[in-house]
Design a protein around this ligand. Structure first.
Ligand code: ADP
Ligand code: MG
Ligand code: MG
Length: 252
């Protein structure tokens, strides 16, 4: 079963310390929600895990299935089953959505073993239908002229096609109306299985009405300062973040 182990992770951006010791373990079959006010380091965590070059790891360790993630190149992380929505360039002219997905799916196959076009197209059709995406989507250039909602749906399509071991979704809910939110949540829920663990970053509790997390973690000032079950997200929705700050004596 997949396992992501983050230990005392410290990350800086341009010499500014952003993450100051994050500890978290995500196993297959689990959904962890990361919540917190804006600017506290949630996206930094996601970007550092994927190996974005601007995010410098200055301390700690991350193991994916027991292997040192931080030693891996970005494409290797993806091949080993780490998925970050938004990891791809926002628009690629001349590459269709379907081409892009097929090369991503094939990149994950053992050397020399490609998925047949027939099999790939069948899967793609099925999953696009599940997400209520128009067939024409497959042949459009990647993200070109996609609306905000279409991009989000497309990220979930990538997730469903790639079947990662650990999936990180960063603010997948931002800018979605309630119908699109439900479609996106259904997509994630359909992927809930022991072979995938989720790290879902969200500013709002709303998404968690549709995707029930096993654990909720609050990030403040570059650390996980509080963890709990789904009831923690409900309290944050009702009362905001101030009570957490008070409880911990955090000033801002
Ligand atoms: P969150 O996702 O929780 O809103 P981020 O991880 O995006 O927060 O940002 C954490 C901190 O890092 C913020 O203070 C932000 O201003 C800073 N930051 C984020 N990205 C960059 C960047 N590319 N260059 C410089 N500072 C950044
Ligand atoms: Mg932000
Ligand atoms: Mg963010």
């Amino acid at each position: 079963s997949p396992k992501l182990e983050i230990k005392d992770l410290n990350v800086s951006i341009e010499d500014k310390e952003i993450l100051k010791g994050v500890n978290l373990e995500v196993n297959g079959g689990e959904i962890h929600a990361i919540m917190g006010p804006n600017g506290t380091g949630k996206s930094t965590l996601a970007q550092a895990l994927m190996g974005h070059p601007r995010y410098e790891v200055t301390g700690g360790s991350v193991l994916l299935d027991g292997e040192d993630l931080l030693e891996m190149e970005v494409d290797e992380r993806a091949r080993k089953g780490l998925f970050l929505a938004m990891q791809y360039p926002s628009e690629i002219s001349g590459v269709t959505n379907s081409d892009f997905l097929r090369s991503a799916v094939n990149a994950k196959q053992p050397e020399g073993k490609e998925v047949s076009i027939m099999k790939f197209m069948k899967q793609l059709d099925k999953k696009m239908a599940q997400l209520g995406m128009d067939e024409s989507f497959a042949n459009r250039y990647l993200n070109e002229g996609f609306s905000g909602g279409e991009k989000k749906r497309n990220e979930i399509l990538q997730l469903m096609m790639l079947e990662p071991r650990i999936a990180i979704l960063d603010e997948i809910d931002s800018g979605l109306d309630i119908d699109a939110l439900k479609v996106v949540a259904d997509g994630v829920n359909s992927m809930r299985n022991p072979n995938t663990g989720f790290l879902i970053i969200t500013h709002y509790q709303r998404l968690l009405n549709y995707i029930k997390p096993d654990r909720v973690h609050v990030v403040m000032q570059g650390r996980i300062v509080k963890s709990g079950g789904p009831e923690l997200a409900e309290r944050l929705e009702a009362e905001g973040y101030d009570w957490v700050k008070e409880e911990l004596g955090i000033e801002d």
